[in-house]
Design a protein. Sequence first.
Length: 299
Amino acid sequence: MKKIITPVVTPFKEDESPDYEGTKQIIDFLIEGGVDGILVLGSTGEFTNLSFEERAEYLKFYAEYTAGRTELYAGTGGMSKKHIVSLTNQASELGYRASLIIGPYYYGIQQEQLFAYYDEIAKSTEAELLIYNFPKRTGHTVNSDTVARLAEANHNIIGMKDSVLEPNHTGQISAEMRGKEFQLYSGFDNQFLFNVTIDGAGCIGGLSNIIPEIWSALVRAENNGQHKEVFFLASLVERLMPVYSFETNASLLLKKLMVCRGLAIREKAIFPYHQCKEEDYIRSRKLLEEVLREFDNWK
């Protein structure tokens, strides 16, 4: 069965600390929209400006408020192995399905070092892990043979989010892992159909923050073999892909569009990504309104 997991935005207060009341609204909105899971504090969740203590408390709050209503995944990556392992263990104890760990950023890295990095972390915890490959943010990619070696050496590396512009990389990983239990998720919304063809697990796509009901309908149609519906719903998702290109950090624009959907959350992102051109917002809102109108007519 394929899944849509939402890499959820984090609403912030004026001091850039997490807004818990706003978070409650977002959780309820996504669950009511039918998503299969929520990834907390991933890239879309702007985890980089939060302290270790803030991240730990936020993961705890999420687990308590969702109370088993949907699967939870934790973004626990960072530059400190000690913090990564600690957050990962805490998330596992709180009932998170798995932790998503991005590779080291800032310094350059080679494949053997990447293997050592993930291998060491995996052997430091019993929690289940997803490798997070996002070359545009880390400056490196995790090659398919490295992924295969890591999964072979560590039973708790159960899958991967592959956020790549060229989906053939995801296809190479699928070929390496064929016949093995490995959950391979695409990281961009418009790669879902490709993911399906290579027997992937689905998508961890940011647009599900604003259109959870369309995304859940798409996944449901795929799981039920309703191919005509799949292509139509996938085309609606594709129509919204320009939202990612308007801003270097799409999280702010996603939050503004969530306000359009009726959520009373602050339209704030981390500094210095806290400004959005009005024309980009207007274009995005128009796209969203058109897509929602077509979806309503289809229903």
